[in-house]
Design a protein around this ligand. Structure first.
Ligand SMILES: Nc1nc2c(ncn2[C@@H]2O[C@H](COP(=O)(O)OP(=O)(O)OP(=O)(O)O)[C@@H](O)[C@H]2O)c(=O)[nH]1
Ligand SMILES: [Mg+2]
Length: 206
């Protein structure tokens, strides 16, 4: 019998406006370990087995939107997230401006959830350099002011910087995960009677 080494599960949320490249980036990173779930308005998720800091990790990536229709469910993506990437499209000034507009709401949501997880910013579509609409220095300045842990310009089309961005995201998420007190796991038990019936996977969504 093959015994699987204990694997740590991490929730990593990848969030952006419509069509900015969230699914393409995530799929490019997870590739062979890819599986996808779609059901109503529940978030898409994909997972990948990775090693980070010599630990085995199952990173579960939740794809979220901060479009107006989904404002009320924004917290689903942030609740108990270990790390989060916010995505905009380098060729779309509007997608960057909208992300800036949403940052306050994101910060408030995280604060309400007492979640201080690391945030990384990703500018997608770096292969379309001829359509670039957002200046790199402007983004980097804003990132520093807003307390992001990193900024990556990546392309799901060519793969440029995708591994780098996601590896850093997982590494940061792992540090955060390990810094959380164990009791934090209990905070999600909104329905005590159902607690024992939930799989730990479902708990990530609660
Ligand atoms: N050239 C180029 N096209 C990209 C890149 N990333 C995504 N696209 C294209 O942009 C479109 C939207 O990409 P998605 O990954 O579906 O974006 P999304 O944010 O998941 O979109 P929704 O979930 O539908 O809101 C698709 O046609 C992709 O092929 C990229 O890095 N470079
Ligand atoms: Mg998508």
């Amino acid at each position: 019998m093959i015994e699987r080494e204990e694997e740590l599960r991490m929730k990593v949320s990848i969030i952006g406006d419509y069509g900015v490249g969230v699914s393409s980036l995530t799929q490019r990173y997870v590739d062979v370990d890819f599986y996808n779930h779609r059901h109503g308005i529940s978030p898409d998720f994909k997972s990948k087995h990775v090693s980070a800091d010599d630990k085995k990790v199952l990173a579960i990536f939740f794809e979220g939107k901060f479009g107006h229709r989904f404002k009320k469910v924004l917290e689903v993506f942030f609740r108990r997230a270990d790390a989060c990437a916010l995505v905009f499209r380098l060729s779309s000034r509007d997608s960057f401006d909208y992300l800036k507009e949403m940052k306050k709401q994101i910060d408030d949501t995280l604060a309400n959830l007492s979640n201080d997880c690391p945030l990384v910013l990703i500018g997608s579509g770096s292969d379309q350099w001829e359509h670039r609409a957002v200046n790199r220095f402007e983004v980097e300045d804003w990132c520093k002011k807003e307390g992001f842990c990193g900024y990556f310009e990546a392309s799901a089309e060519t793969g440029e910087n995708v591994d780098e961005a996601f590896t850093e995201l997982v590494r940061l998420g792992l540090s955060y995960h390990e810094s959380k007190p164990v009791e934090a796991d209990e905070v999600v038990a909104e329905e005590p009677s159902a607690k024992n019936e939930k799989t730990s996977f479902k708990c990530f969504l609660m």
